[in-house]
Design a protein around this ligand. Structure first.
Ligand code: BGC
Length: 732
């Protein structure tokens, strides 16, 4: 048994100063003086004007003091097209197209912080070009249920992974003087009743699972704004949640940027002011002057319910972010911006190419030698469907979007006879370009037309050398505002896949989706499966290059694909999406692979899983010491060798277990990873740094993170279920 209880400072990331990393101490003093001076010159009405929207995505400035109107925009995978100032229709501009990046889960599947940083830079350059000061994203909520409609927009089921990628993205974005808005703070893990549901979870689950990415975003990434979730947490709306905002975000993490509501998430004046909300956006009250942070706030100050110092605190937060992003400096504001340059296109291509996951490859059916085949059947609605303008607030008016069929025709159309068959009915209710919300029906009823389409597809497959099925979901399913009803693959696609494989054993299945699906039946019958995501405007090109072998796939799944929905944690315990507008996260810290591992449940595709056209060998795992102090960093070093005959990249993952602990711990938890590119036959020694502090659990008894001395086992693997090497270390 471990005897002494060691205590470390709160949290996994201790770089508290980084929140103001862009600003030196001297600049900080000057900045605070400048803020103070400006505030002194403002009337109450001018101050209040800075704390609420004057239209859908703008906040009024104070012209006479050189404070311009502040300009915000969605979203995490591209700069959203211009919305009308006073309603949700698109403004109809002709110059508001933007680059479209792979969506959240695709972004995570690349497991590459360098790409995340690059993505941030490009988004920043395009936001600048579009004259936006704040780009709303990234979304860092944990994938708790396979059904959450916004899984595609978030990243993974692991807090460490979300933290690393969010920090890189934010640093890239803010390096272009565009503020991020990390969202949705906090415990926003479902769309069902998202504006009313009251979430309860243990303090430990909150600290270990749901908050780390926000904390890292603020403390390591220097996130300049944070967006309040719609839901309640422990009885209080997130926008006015004293515990989450005043205590944790402000006091514990030292956040001095802008805490902004989600659009329409404000519910009060005084409690919100006290809790630490700075900016009210999107409230569903007709006149802006009637919003909580408009006339009611002026009244509250006049009647003494809100002290002026609190108003000044909020105005200070807004001005601070403005100063840090050059909003108050007309010569520097909005420069340098650029839109859809060759470099931007390359960044979206690289992001897409590294995101694609090879799930199965029997008899090395892939890569496909296109020069040796005469005909290719391409089947499925997703072969031709564009996804950029779906999903609701993250939808993009993409400058272009290359579909799989488009890319196949462009790259191989002159050598191979490419025959398209629709395969199933295009039963979408989603009107492309509208943002009225989508439906989440199952569309499974068969019609005469679907029978005919199935027959046609089977015939085309039977008479072609190779068949390529491009299946999955679309933004009828993976969307903001709704959760899916089940994990089924809709539109009769499973039967289609089974029949096509029977007709042509050389069938490759491509799944385009942003969240887990019932893959067991597809996995059993299909020889080759590729997961290709909502993969941005270059998604089609990246997919075809993976199929042809020009690109060796290196993506790995950022979530577990369970055998069935009822085995996944929230559903096994019957607490998704909750009852009577309350949801209790009873699975506690056992989210994602932590649950499946700890319960010993088999899965279809584990977290971190993905194949390559080459093979890798892991060897000689060792650590720089055997025994560590609490303040140390463990250096775990291993050799990774490309044992195949192709260049490729492997995502090596380091999990840690704490076999003897005074509280239950998951079987293992991800604490480090690295994507390594190796030439055929090449070997490299790789070192991962694991701070001992990151081995902590959150002790509810002590209200802080604690590392209990004793043995920890480092487990190095190719996925959460494929551990190659283990080594023990001792912590004092
Ligand atoms: C979404 C946010 C988004 C905002 C503005 C809300 O419905 O939840 O993520 O940024 O709208 O469009």
């Amino acid at each position: 048994m471990k005897k002494i209880i060691g205590v470390i400072a709160c949290g996994l990331f201790l770089n508290a100063a980084a929140a103001s990393s862009q600003v030196t101490d001297k600049e900080k003093v000057q900045m605070e003086k400048r803020i103070e001076k400006l505030i002194k010159k403002m009337t109450l009405e001018e101050k209040v004007g800075l704390l609420h929207g004057n239209s859908k995505f703008y906040v009024a400035g104070v012209e006479r003091l050189g404070i311009p109107e502040w300009s915000l925009s969605d979203g995490p995978h591209g700069v959203r097209a211009e919305i009308n100032r006073h309603d949700w229709a698109y403004a109809g501009w002709t110059n508001d197209s933007a680059s479209y990046f792979p969506t959240g889960t695709a972004f995570a599947a690349a497991w590459n912080p360098e790409l995340a940083y690059r993505r941030g830079e490009v988004l920043g350059e395009e936001a600048r070009w579009r004259k936006k000061d704040v780009l709303l994203g990234p979304g860092v909520n944990i994938i708790r249920s396979p059904l959450c409609g916004r899984n595609f927009e978030y990243m993974s089921e692991d807090p460490y992974m979300n933290s690393v990628l969010a920090v890189a993205y934010i640093k890239g974005l803010q390096s272009r003087d565009v503020a991020c808005s990390v969202k949705h703070f906090a415990v926003n893990n479902q769309e069902t009743n998202r504006t009313t549901v009251d979430v309860e979870c243990s303090e430990r689950a909150l600290r270990e699972i749901y908050l780390p990415a926000f904390k890292a975003a603020v403390q390591e990434g220097g996130a300049l704004t944070v967006m309040a979730a719609y839901n309640k947490f422990r009885g209080e709306f997130c926008a006015e949640n004293n515990y989450l905002v005043r205590k944790i975000l402000r006091n514990e993490w030292g956040f001095d940027g802008v805490y902004v509501t989600d659009w329409g998430a404000a519910h009060s004046t005084v409690p919100s002011m006290e809790a630490g909300l700075d900016l009210e956006m999107g409230t569903l009250i007709d006149k802006y002057e009637d919003w909580y942070y408009a006339n009611p706030l002026i009244e509250a100050v006049k009647s003494g319910k809100v002290p002026m110092s609190l108003v000044d605190e909020k105005v200070g937060d807004v001005l601070r972010v403005m100063i840090k992003t050059n909003v108050l400096d007309p010569k520097k504001r909005f420069g340098p911006g650029s839109m859809n340059t060759k470099e931007h296109q390359q960044a979206t291509y690289d992001a897409a190419a590294e995101a694609i996951v090879l799930l199965k490859n029997q008899n090395n059916l892939l890569p496909l030698d296109f020069s040796s085949i005469k005909s290719l059947a391409v089947i499925g609605d997703n072969a031709t469907r564009k996804h950029s303008n779906g999903g609701l607030s993250s939808e993009i008016k993409a400058v272009y979007e290359v579909t799989p069929l488009g890319a196949l025709r462009a790259k191989w159309g002159d050598k191979v006879d490419i025959r398209f068959a629709q395969g199933y009915e295009k039963l979408s209710t989603f009107v492309e370009g509208s943002n009225n919300g989508q439906s989440s029906g199952t569309f499974s009823s068969k019609t005469q037309e679907s029978d005919a389409l199935l027959k046609e597809a089977v015939e085309v497959a039977r008479t072609s050398d190779v068949a390529l099925l491009v299946c999955g979901l679309n933004h009828d399913y993976d969307t903001e505002s709704f959760d899916r009803l089940n994990m089924d693959i809709p539109y009769g696609q499973v039967e289609l896949i089974q029949e096509v494989v029977k007709a042509n054993p050389r069938t490759i299945v491509v799944m385009i989706a942003g969240s887990p699906l019932n893959m067991a039946a597809v996995d059993i019958c299909s020889p080759a499966i590729v997961w290709a995501w909502f993969n941005g405007m270059e998604g089609g090109n990246a997919l075809v290059d993976v199929l042809s072998g020009k690109v060796n796939p290196s993506g790995k799944m950022p979530f577990t694909t369970p055998v069935s929905l009822d085995q996944s944690p929230a559903h096994a315990l019957g607490n998704f999406p909750g009852r009577d507008l309350k949801v209790n996260y009873e699975e506690d810290i056992l989210v994602g692979y932590r649950w499946f591992d700890t319960k010993g449940l088999p899965v279809v595709y584990p977290f971190g899983y993905g194949l390559s056209y080459t093979t890798f060998d892991y060897s000689n795992l060792n650590t720089d010491k055997e025994t560590y102090d609490q303040a140390d960093t463990i250096q775990a070093t291993f050799t990774l060798t490309n044992t195949g005959d192709r260049e490729g990249a492997e995502v090596a993952q380091l999990y840690v277990s704490d076999p003897v602990c005074s509280v239950m711990r998951p079987v293992k938890e991800l604490k480090g990873f690295k994507k390594v590119f190796l030439k055929p036959g090449e070997s490299r020694r790789i070192t991962l740094d694991i701070p001992v502090s990151s081995l902590a659990f959150y002790s509810e008894a002590q209200s802080q993170f604690v590392v209990e001395p004793g043995e920890f086992i480092l487990q190095l693997g190719a996925s959460a279920s494929d551990i190659k090497q283990k080594i023990s270390v001792e912590v004092k």
